[in-house]
Design a protein around this ligand. Sequence first.
Ligand SMILES: Nc1ncnc2c1ncn2[C@@H]1O[C@H](COP(=O)(O)OP(=O)(O)OP(=O)(O)O)[C@@H](O)[C@H]1O
Ligand SMILES: [Mg+2]
Length: 377
Amino acid sequence: MKDQEARRHRILLVDDNRALAENLAEILEEAGYAVVWAGSCAGALSLAAEGFDVALVDLKLPDGDGTALAPLLKELSPTGEVVLLTGFATLESAVAAVRAGACAYLVKPCATQELLVTVEQAMRQVRLHGEKRALAHQAQMAEKLAAVGTMTAGLSHEIRNPLNAALLQLTVLERRVQRLGGELHGPLLEPLLLVKDEIRRLDHILEDFLQFARPREFVPRPVELCLVVARVLDLLAGEAERRSIGLVREVSGAPGSTRVAGEEERLRQVLVNLTLNAIEATPDGGTVRVRCGPEAADPAPGAPGPGVCVLIDDSGPGVPAAARDRIFEPFFTSKAKGSGLGLSIVHAIVAQHGGTVEVDDAPGGGARFILRLPRLP
Ligand SMILES: Nc1ncnc2c1ncn2[C@@H]1O[C@H](COP(=O)(O)OP(=O)(O)OP(=O)(O)O)[C@@H](O)[C@H]1O
Ligand SMILES: [Mg+2]
């Protein structure tokens, strides 16, 4: 799972003095950062569109001013921070830095230690902003889930009763139609079975709602995640085959290396939802690849410890950038017959297990869902 290793923090270095820029880049790369360099405002703007964590920006550039460039860079990469580089430690340059929205400024030529400390401080700022955004998003999700729960408690019982009664009557009707035989049999039976199917779908949606309304007690036990993956893929093999979709499984690591603490039934629900989504997104004849294995002993930054990772790649259209923040919200769906609850259930269960679930691009196009859970020793 090399491609899932920690992404390096990206630094955008904007200075027209090539020798100095190379010097700074070398120091930063040695400290583990990925550095991209631009010698002008125009170059910086085109590189910033790809995103950066921290931009080090010279005050005087051949085609403009660093203080004017800084806000434009932040607009292009709103999660990034800017540090201004100046030739003189004057009060004006400090004021200019603050005005430009920079979080710090460095006087050139700066000592290695000073450079690294300032960049690390800016990175911390970036992380803090990220955590704040994540918390705000979680609070918003929790609010929505609470609303779903309240509504469900009131409605689902009332709806399910008449629904079950209707299903029962339809079954009676079906039996009678079957007894009729002859010419009437087909034309009567077909719409009847369609209505039965739709009622079952409604019942399934209500069942999903109930997950939110009655959160059960969580009793974690050791679960070998690779085995759950295998069971889920066996379960969905028929559906994939029907649409000529190749369902590829790859399990890595020694036995016992994908053990997590959790509830098998809920983890199965997570994997069913993610794999079904992948199958639904993939055109007939495409491929869905599910990989499960232990993560490298060196956990990703911010991760609670060594983990188990499941990657679900499909060859569908992928998730558009604009939808990525929303797909885990309850009711977000792009499907005519979807409830939009699948991924919000996934998110809630995974959080309960102390894990994370993210969406990315699959290397060959299509979507990649990345599930990480803490590994049991
Ligand atoms: N593998 C994927 N490829 C592309 N888009 C996806 C993928 N998985 C999820 N999505 C997008 O996320 C949306 C939400 O998914 P979610 O599972 O929550 O609901 P749904 O699949 O639409 O409905 P339900 O799961 O209730 O049948 C989907 O409608 C789709 O737009
Ligand atoms: Mg779904």
